[in-house]
Design a protein around this ligand. Sequence first.
Ligand code: SER
Length: 325
Amino acid sequence: MNDAILITGFNGEIGTQTLLSLSQRQIPIIALDINKSDIKYDNVTYIKDSILNENIIKSIFNDYNIIEVYHFAALLSQSANNNPELANQVNEEGSKLIINTAMNHGKKHESFIKIFFPSSIAVYGPRKLKNAQELDIMKPQTIYGRNKLAIEQFGTHKHEESLELGFGIDFRCLRFPGIISPFTVPSGGTTDFAPQMLHAAFNNENYICKVDSLTRLPFLGMKNTIKVIIDIMSFKIINSKLRAFNVQEMSLNPTEIIEQLQKEFPKFIVDFDIDSKFQSIADTWPESLNCDEASEKWNFINKQNNDVTFKEYLIPEIKKHYGKH
Ligand code: SER
């Protein structure tokens, strides 16, 4: 049986860029998503199906010796609020199915399967924290946040069980802040205003922001998002009981994002029309994250420099991206 990597939700914002990075490795990749892919890589086998299809998940693990899993399939915070039942199924039941199937595979082959799970700042709450640490109050106020926390805990528990057995899963999880990508415009999330403003500014469009101008949230650019995923998965072991780490690059409010964008796009105009569905969630998510655990346990480098991220990464990359089309 050939070694292979499994990635779920590969058509999503982070999934697309992770698959691009993984596709450069000399190893077969099984890519699962409910939507078809427009881009084809030679070493990738595409499967158009749901992570809730138990038969498909089991057959993937029967047909390949899966050594790493990148599990991105999920509904974001706003989508989850609009469809709680589906969110519980996809975000929780689907994730448990992946973890349990990987665990059984590890037991059968007497090996450890590395699983990457993207968690979120949505696990925090109910109060907005500054410099939130991993063990600070976690009373998520959204379905999405509760789903993420449940899987962090389930995965960590299965990880501990695996250590006792000597095989099973090796669970690695990051609590992502809002992600800003120059390549795609996300939808369904609460932090989407940041990337949406970047794309609107580039395309000479006015923007209406649903979150108050002074609401501060943590963010990470797409380049560093992929870097931290690849980094945390590259270590043979991560010697830590804590399995879910904070990561961030910047802490910004909409006014500061607009200022950054207006340096390059001076005509960019934003109006504010606060939407309580967005504001009430942003008010429970931290302003900023403490990333000391990630720095200590797996060498995460946290150098905040908003100018550099916008001027040297987001703006040049969005120009390149649209230049291609
Ligand atoms: N970016 C996500 C959202 O806004 C949070 O993880 O839903």
